[in-house]
Design a protein around this ligand. Structure first.
Ligand code: ATP
Length: 151
């Protein structure tokens, strides 16, 4: 909570087994940030879990992630620099990504690339504080050499 209060930037990962209170803790973190009139972005990978967070949205909707993210070499968020969305991405005190273990790794890379560009900062996630939460025990098994059809 101290890193969140000071919001010095960086990447935190919240990893606990299912049902032990990750989303519960995220809602407390969001309340703490918003109580001080700072802005926080709460995103999640599966749409259904976005309704469990206060003001939660899907990552694809909030970050305008490309739909063909898996096949794009170096994806970025489809956010133009002069848009309101870009202004928000520069100002968020914290970005919380729940169920991030369900997201394609390129989604996280796209966020990193976009934040670095918008904030003009080469640090990880453009110097923003990003909290990832998820449980690798709840992800689908990886099939080596699989095709999209196998999934
Ligand atoms: N500290 C707490 N005090 C009271 N209730 C809690 C606490 N932590 C969690 N709960 C309750 O336990 C239930 C499960 O919590 P939560 O959904 O946050 O778990 P989770 O780790 O996000 O689960 P999943 O990995 O399946 O998404 C919820 O009903 C939540 O309200």
């Amino acid at each position: 909570m101290e890193s969140i209060r000071t919001a010095t930037g960086g990447l935190l990962f919240l990893d606990t087994p299912g049902g032990t209170g990750k989303t519960f803790l995220i809602n407390i973190i969001l309340a703490e940030i918003r109580m001080r009139h700072d802005i926080a972005l709460a995103i999640t990978s599966p749409g259904i879990s976005s309704i469990l967070m206060e003001g939660g949205r899907t990552a694809h909707s909030a970050l305008k992630l490309p739909l063909n993210i898996a096949t794009t070499e170096s994806p970025v968020c489809n956010v133009s620099k002069d848009s309101g969305q870009a202004q928000l991405l520069k100002q968020y005190k914290i970005i919380v990504w729940d169920e991030c273990t369900m997201a394609h790794k390129k989604s996280l890379e796209a966020l990193d690339r976009t934040l670095k560009d918008l904030r003009g900062n080469k640090k990880l996630m453009g110097g923003a504080l990003v909290v990832l939460a998820g449980d690798f025990r709840q992800t689908l098994p990886v099939i080596p050499g699989s095709t999209p059809g196998d999934n």
